[in-house]
Design a protein around this ligand. Structure first.
Ligand code: TXA
Ligand code: MG
Length: 329
């Protein structure tokens, strides 16, 4: 039993593994609702979960994963009814969900504009990856939290996915508020990812649901080209959001008609409009604001979006990667 899970306070130490009792799940749900990250079991692999409606929580996920770029994360929902308001489900998607949810299938679908989810969760794409996990602890956590949970596998970028709570503790140490222990994952490899945004379903990642099972439902499905084994960087996807305005990096002085995306306490004067990614120079806050502020400044009344220098460390790497893609045209 966890030492103290009473009175809304926790004696659980950071990074501590707790058995996934109903009390521990309630505690995890409270932590998630407050913007903290919680590792939890699914039937595929352990997930590093955060509130999918919170830009800051999702930015923290990226900070902990230490990815050099923003890779979109899977948003977990209890089932098909909860998926409908978030993305456009056609008959194929509904059939896939009826057959394989809850389970090891992730569907990439067109994101609804009013989904109310973090823009960072989609890494700026207009698509959304949705999955209803089958593991009872994941399901109880989703119900208790009452929100969608964004969760990549609970490993650092480039490492293998964890299939026990101890793997998560080794890998993420004290970086998560809590690790819910639900035993070893029964599937033990990640979910299959199926892209249903085009005319032909495309298998983006093989996983727990086999290609044969999918073919039985969809007839033929396309795979990523055989030579395309390196996951495509989201920034290179054609549907990736790119501002219509030119983007000018490392801006220190204004040019006529420019809007400024500032960083840090001191923004240079003379810009038509200024939005600041983070006044206190916090890269997690900056990542959380990035996509929404780019969209807000992307208005025809400005000549360009100028961006102040962003430090090249921590989440700054992913922010600069994204900004360079936006500036390259
Ligand atoms: O089994 C799983 O899928 C686990 C558990 C925790 O659910 N999660 C998982 O997440 O493996 P992650 O982030 O490690 O892998 C998610 C993959 C990434 O390769 C990402 O690029 C892809 O899903 N993905 C997410 N959203 C996408 C989108 N909108 N379009 C294309 N690919 C997407
Ligand atoms: Mg992963």
């Amino acid at each position: 039993m966890p030492p103290a899970l009473r009175d809304g306070t926790s004696a659980v130490m950071p990074g501590k593994i707790v058995q996934a009792t109903p009390e521990a799940i309630s505690e995890a749900a409270r932590l998630l609702r407050e913007g903290n990250l919680v590792a939890f079991p699914t039937e595929t692999v352990y997930g590093l979960g955060g509130d999918a409606t919170s830009e800051t929580a999702v930015a923290r996920i990226f900070a902990i994963k230490a990815r050099p770029h923003f890779n979109p994360v899977i948003v977990h929902v209890p089932g098909i009814a909860e998926a409908e308001p978030l993305a456009e489900l056609d008959e194929r998607a509904r059939e896939a969900a009826r057959r394989f949810w809850p389970g090891a299938l992730t569907l990439v679908l067109r994101r609804r504009a009013d989904a109310g989810l973090s823009l960072l969760a989609s890494a700026g794409l207009d698509t959304l990856a949705l999955r209803a996990p089958a593991h009872p602890v994941a399901r109880q956590l989703l119900r208790a939290t009452g929100k969608q949970i964004a969760a990549p596998s609970a490993n650092r970028s480039g490492r293998v996915s964890p299939t026990t709570a101890a793997h998560v503790a080794d890998e993420l140490g004290d970086d998560v508020a809590l690790i819910l222990d639900g035993g070893a994952c029964s599937v033990g490899l990640e979910s299959t990812i199926l892209d249903l945004t085009g005319a032909v379903p495309v298998l983006l990642r093989p996983g727990g649901i086999t290609r044969e099972e999918l073919i039985a439902v969809f007839g033929d499905i396309a795979s990523r080209r055989a030579d395309d084994h390196v996951p495509r960087a989201p920034g290179s996807l054609p549907s990736h959001y790119a501002p219509s305005l030119p983007v000018r990096l490392d801006a220190r002085d204004p040019r006529p008609g420019e809007a400024l995306l500032a960083f840090g306490p001191k923004a240079p004067a003379g810009f038509s409009e200024v939005l600041c990614l983070s006044r206190k120079g916090d890269l997690v806050e900056a990542a959380a604001n990035l996509f929404a502020m780019l969209r807000e400044l992307d208005r025809p009344e400005f000549s360009a979006i100028a961006v102040m220098p962003i430090p090249e460390h921590g989440l700054g790497l992913a922010i600069n990667d994204r900004l360079r893609r936006a500036a390259f045209r």
